[in-house]
Design a protein around this ligand. Structure first.
Ligand code: B3K
Ligand code: ZN
Length: 870
């Protein structure tokens, strides 16, 4: 891995302000792949045209490849080209030339999983963001769009399926010697110009689930999901999600699919979730395969969410792509917003919103508050792969959601219509998107643009005062945006806040909800006709991605958790009540669990609430989230306080939990929202029964584990048992392994459940797990199932003495040598050192320093580690 070794220290910084349009364009591209896992020969023939009046040479990006041959207009002109580092630079006299290059690759040795690589005996590609240059010398940037013709040949028996983007325009056997069992070839032509990052090629031995979709205008589309033969029965959910997404995009955005076929290929070794290559998506198999016995309800939701996301990219990403990688949120933020809206429309919008906000707070708020904070449109990077972040994706989606809230659905739709019409077939910018929204709505978004350039999570202090005599209430809102690296001073942002007041006595909402745009440092809002004491419901539906500081009492929060008519606000009130209770316990040693218990009893026995919602409401805030509210995180105290609350809730409401456990028992498996909600609540209830210390807890859990006819119930019980110091835990760990040892995706759960355990011996166990024969560093899912899980386990990772930190750093060094992109994604937990006590902070910094000093560190790691040290 020469290129990895060589990358290292002080890589150049790429800046958004340095953008220059490309010197050369490549309207047409022909690629030939003579495929073989050990030695693949790739020939690229590029029609290049000078872009503008300049004398600059043609620079073709390369990464770890060497030319076997370079032809310029069919001739080898050795003095016309040279290597400049990894790139091939060619002096070209005229404005149009044909450049042909040839390289040799070894896909089976490609452990980075970027470019052409082998997974499970099949060959596939991953190009976004800069993997294409690992296969072909190319102008590998998203604003150079080409029409591709791709020819490939391969051993027919080993790789019977040959796929690329677009339409199949030719195929046949290559039996030049008249022999059997030889090679075959296929040619694919994609009529839509696209950037190199959307290129894909697959050569595989896979079976296919075929279905059809007829678009609104009557076009028939063949849908094909390619998986191992034995996995075919697990593709139904993905197929249904694909069809539902196609129909939804027509209905909600007026966007139709544009080609005759849509292929999805599932592979086991993949750096992230999936990839939206034009008409040939490649997926991490965990986001395709689902059946009741092996996938949890969360896995099912993951499949439909990611299938939808990749499908929606066909417009938001492919038809209109990004000018440069600083614009990544243009496609990712918008597409996440689109997939979130799709999922909300398919099931419970309230539960979906709660889950999305929980994820935002867990991943993005932490990022925004730490050394890697960046705006959704970053200003600079060393390695763009490090910017596929929760900020670009999830905060990016919140920013599109705020536009939707501010403009309203009709104007937002007019804006998106205008955006697609204006920019179809081009590479656009975030600014283009905002301008389209502005032009279509007539609403000035000048100040709104700050959301693209300022990092950090705004905080809003809300103070409500009431003057009973005059029947008036005055709400004062003050915003601050905290400093972030490189941005010490911030301007106030426009924050759309949905607000309502409730009468404490009448339990009624005063007037209709208001949408207030807080666009200065401070504003006051007057409510009239408020005869009784009002209770404030603010940021309903989480209308702005901000932190609200209000001094609402436990009684007010309990009131809202029972009476607010906005389900998100109701959930939020309960969460805030729990957070306040836990912070009180940790910082002041107070632990009055009474108000939480009363509010929980209300929710558990409220016949108007569905199980899914009750389940969400009863989830205790995560240890990490509680830590985020503290000046100095004390992981042990947080853990103790949280477990004490869990135990008290379990004890005080044992009858209610047992009742919930019984009423959610199902006779047979169904995938309806009701059945999913019931399963969720059932395992949560089991957890509280177990926490209460009830004698039959472990047996109850083991029975659920053993009798389950679905993975949700089985995993629910397994997770609870894995935390316990009981013999039942050992039985479950062994039984799970015996039953599922041959199923990689399920084994990931076996590994991660143990790495997430709060048992005091978890670090010992984690060290055993990485020596287990089924553990491997080369499969990203497996790696994350142990290393990612352990470092997300706040109690264990931050064990005093720094063993968790050392373990993570040791693993990162090993992974970096194989797969820098995936290694770098695992750095952030160490970067949170500023949030901890001096002892832990010093230990974390020492591990970061050890990483930084390691010879041959990749630039991916260098960027993450050096920025984390600050
Ligand atoms: N666009 C891809 C992500 C590529 C990540 C490269 N590090 C998947 C997605 O967001 O849909
Ligand atoms: Zn995406």
């Amino acid at each position: 891995m020469l290129d990895v070794q060589a990358a290292a220290a002080n890589p150049p910084v790429i800046r958004r302000e340095d953008y220059r349009k490309p010197d050369w364009l490549m309207p047409d591209v022909f690629l030939d792949f003579a495929l073989d896992p050990a030695r693949t020969i790739v020939t690229g023939r590029l029609d290049v045209t000078r872009n503008g009046d300049h004398g600059r040479p043609l620079r073709l990006h390369g990464d770890g490849i060497t030319p076997l041959r370079v032809l310029i207009d069919g001739e080898s002109q050795a003095d016309a080209w040279r290597m400049d580092g990894p790139d091939l630079v060619i002096d070209l006299p005229r404005d149009a030339h044909v450049v042909e290059t040839q390289v040799a690759l070894c896909p089976e040795a490609n452990s980075q999983l970027m470019g052409l690589y082998a997974s499970g005996g099949n060959l596939c590609t991953q190009c976004e963001p800069e993997g294409f240059r690992r296969m072909v010398f190319f102008i590998d940037r998203p604003d150079v769009l080409s029409r591709y013709t791709v020819r490939m040949d391969a051993d027919k028996a080993r790789f019977p399926v040959l796929l690329s983007n677009g339409d199949l325009t030719g195929s046949g056997d290559l039996d030049a010697n008249g022999k059997e069992g030889g090679r075959h070839w296929a040619e694919w032509t994609d009529p839509f110009p696209k950037p190199s990052y959307l290129f894909a090629l697959v050569a595989a031995n896979l079976a296919v689930n075929v279905d059809h979709f007829t678009t609104r205008s009557g076009k028939a589309v063949k849908l094909a999901i390619w998986v191992a033969e034995s996995d075919l029965p697990k593709t139904g959910h993905a197929m249904a999600a694909l069809k539902a997404s196609m129909a939804w995009d027509e209905k909600v955005y007026g966007l139709e699919y544009d080609l005759g076929e849509y292929n999805i290929v599932a592979v086991h070794d993949f750096n992230f979730g999936a990839m939206e290559n034009k008409s040939l998506n490649v997926f991490n198999s965990r986001y395709i395969l689902a059946d009741p016995d092996t996938a949890t309800d969360i896995d099912y939701d993951g499949v439909s969410g990611v299938v939808a996301h990749e499908y929606f990219h066909n417009w938001s990403g492919n038809r209109v792509t990004c000018r440069d990688w600083f614009q990544l949120s243009l496609k990712e933020g918008f597409t996440v917003f689109r997939d979130q809206s799709f999922t909300a429309d398919q099931g419970s919008a309230a539960v979906k919103r709660i889950e999305d906000v929980r994820l935002l707070r867990a991943a993005q708020f932490q990022e925004d508050a730490g050394p890697l904070a960046h705006p959704i449109r970053p200003e600079s990077y060393m390695e763009v792969s490090n910017f596929y972040t929760a900020t670009v994706y999830n905060k990016g989606a919140e920013i599109i959601r705020m536009l939707h809230t501010i403009l309203g659905p009709q104007k937002f739709r007019a804006g998106s219509d205008l955006y697609f019409a204006r920019h179809d077939g081009t590479a656009a910018t975030c600014e283009d998107f905002v301008v389209a929204m502005e032009d279509a709505s007539g609403i000035d978004l000048t100040q709104f643009r700050l959301w693209y350039s300022q990092a950090g999570t705004p905080r809003v202090r809300a103070t409500l005062s009431h003057e009973p005599a005059g029947g008036r209430a005055l709400l004062t809102l003050e915003q601050t945006v905290p400093p972030t690296p490189g941005q010490p001073e911030k301007k106030p942002m426009p924050l759309p806040l949905r607000i309502a007041l409730f009468g404490e006595r009448s339990q009624r909402k005063f007037e209709e909800e208001r949408l207030v745009i807080l666009d200065g440092d401070r504003c006051e809002i007057l409510f009239e006709g408020i005869a009784e004491r009002p209770v404030l419901s603010i940021n309903r539906g989480f209308s702005a991605p901000v932190v609200i500081d209000s001094d609402r009492s436990a009684a007010d929060l309990a009131f809202l958790s029972a009476h607010d008519d906005d389900p998100f606000a109701r959930y939020e009130a309960m969460q805030q009540l729990m957070v306040d209770t836990l912070i009180g316990a940790v910082t002041a040693g107070r632990a009055d669990h009474g108000p939480v218990i009363d509010a929980a009893r209300n929710a558990l026995t409220d016949p108007r609430l569905d199980s899914a919602f009750i389940g969400e409401t009863m989830l205790l805030p995560s240890e990490a989230f509680i830590g985020d509210q503290m000046a100095v995180v004390d992981p042990v105290a947080i853990h103790k306080a949280r477990e004490a609350l869990r135990r008290d809730l379990g004890e005080a409401l044992e009858d209610e939990w047992r009742d919930a456990y019984e009423r959610t028992r199902a006779n047979r498996f169904e995938l309806s929202p009701q059945a999913k909600g019931a399963r969720r609540l059932r395992s949560i209830a089991l957890g509280f029964i177990m926490a209460s210390g009830a004698e039959d807890g472990p047996q109850l859990a083991l029975r659920q584990f053993m009798d389950a006819d679905n993975m949700t119930d089985r995993q629910g019980a397994f997770g609870i048992l894995a935390n316990s110091m009981t013999p039942e835990r050992d039985v479950a760990v062994a039984a799970f392994y015996d039953r599922f040892r041959d199923n990689g995706l399920v084994m990931d759960k076996w590994f991660s459940t143990q790495a997430f355990s709060i048992r005091p011996d978890t670090l010992d166990r984690v060290e055993e797990l990485v020596r287990h024969p089924d553990f491997t560093l080369s499969n990203p899912n497996r790696l994350r199932s142990v290393v990612g899980a352990m470092s997300g386990n706040q109690l264990i990772f931050h064990e005093a003495g720094g063993r968790g930190y050392r373990f993570l750093a040791d693993m990162l060094l090993k992974v970096d040598a194989l797969n820098p992109q995936t290694a770098a994604k695992l750095v952030p937990p160490l970067g949170r050192w500023r949030r901890f006590d001096e002892g832990r902070a010093a230990l974390m910094k020492a591990e970061l320093q050890r990483l930084l000093d390691a010879p041959g560190l990749s630039k991916d790691m260098f960027e993450q580690v050096s920025k984390s040290l600050g």
